[in-house]
Design a protein around this ligand. Sequence first.
Ligand SMILES: Cc1cc2nc3c(=O)[nH]c(=O)nc-3n(C[C@H](O)[C@H](O)[C@H](O)COP(=O)(O)OP(=O)(O)OC[C@H]3O[C@@H](n4cnc5c(N)ncnc54)[C@H](O)[C@@H]3O)c2cc1C
Length: 461
Amino acid sequence: MKEEAIANFAQSLRGPVSGRGHPEYDEARKVYNAMINKRPHLIARCADAADVMAAVNFARDNKLPIAVRGGGHNGPGLGSVDDGLVIDLSMMKGVRVDPTTKTVRVGGGCLTGDVDHATHAFGLAVPFGVISTTGVAGLTLSGGHGYLSRQYGLAIDNLIEADVVLADGSFVTASKATNQDLFWALRGGGGNFGVVTSFLFQAHPAGMVYGGPIIWELKDAATIMRWYREFSASAPNDAFSVFLGLQTVPPGDPFPKEHWAKKMCALVVCHNGTQAEGEKAVNAVRSALPPPIIDWAGPMPYPVLQTLFDGLLPKGLQWYWKGDFMNTLPDAAIEAHVANAAKLPTLLSGMHIYPIDGAVQRQKRDATAWGYRDAAWSMVIFGVDPDPAKAPALKTWAREYWEAVHPFNFAGAYANFMMDDEGESRVKAAYGENYDRLATLKKKYDPMNLFRVNQNIRPAP
Ligand SMILES: Cc1cc2nc3c(=O)[nH]c(=O)nc-3n(C[C@H](O)[C@H](O)[C@H](O)COP(=O)(O)OP(=O)(O)OC[C@H]3O[C@@H](n4cnc5c(N)ncnc54)[C@H](O)[C@@H]3O)c2cc1C
């Protein structure tokens, strides 16, 4: 590409553009997962929607592949691309809460923690994920589940409107009132349809919660998992969410030294209601189960729960993921989970089962592009370590674990819990029965598949 064309492009933006050789290039190309080492041709850090429109037009006209980056947290690093243009929205972090309508306007580059911080001042929150350094955009566009999902639904269920730059460079707003088909597709179809520069969300009451981890040794895991299965099936109070993890007690403060590096089964609870109701709900869990080795559940501000595990998972670790949607947890599956958790390859690796019933299941199956309103849980197996030399071991363990439990699960996984090596059939399975409608809309909004660095939906023929 001609230097002059690049210079003209850079000149036309408010935000900086870095190419290879630029002093900030190596820092700017890093994503959260250090296993990803892509070398884009250019990285455009956009300051506003005008920059995004210019970037989309420039990439399309110069036949550069595009990657769109919100928070850069995506497992397979789909916020970057070799030899293409990264449209990085990380400078677009405006958040404006309207306490009257209980809505929040969120810039396309915000992290979930940016929004939690702003809404908490008004006693409000939007249901996002459980680590606050995750990007709102990537999380929301593929669904977005977290502690408040049983009560208030997925992030997409609370999306009111989105501003989008389409493949032809035009700017549109999608909502229930305008561009309804695009609005449907954005709510679960990932980054396939355009670049979202701004989101408008409905927020809900969430101030103090009764939450935190309760931890048992792995020898109790089968008991805890069987209890968890019955507890979930009895559909308790939607204000109460419990996710289950098989992991290792981190060997460091504030964890008690006698438990360092022990393999564990954890329940991470969150009750969003009064303190008395929260205590009652968590006490019922405590009294149903053997005595834990650590019990840190208690009252805390919602953003504290949201940031509780951030410190354990800084940017720059090696990550390999595999997921599945689930509806059953038979004894044979529990046995396979416990056997594979006993072989965790590193201290940070593990498996989580997140509840997605309650309000998530009450949405109509065809209300949004999210294809699994009948799943009770979203599971993820994650191999994680700081050492790049461990990457092969992380992959082998996660794949073997997944092979052992997948027969008990749905065919598809949450698109945000997949790498990019699973093949088209798994991508189709992730979108479930909405795939064909999504492919038709892809043909309408992005017929040349300009936005293809994602869990890609090919335009219908
Ligand atoms: C430690 C950790 C914990 C997690 N916990 C949860 C959880 O509790 N719940 C949950 O639901 N998910 C969770 N996730 C998964 C997370 O939702 C995905 O990794 C998601 O892709 C991150 O979004 P991002 O904006 O940071 O990603 P990026 O890497 O920036 O982008 C990923 C993809 O999203 C699309 N995209 C990003 N921004 C835009 C935009 N503005 N417009 C259009 N498309 C865009 C693009 O297709 C891009 O390829 C977790 C991830 C990690 C690493």
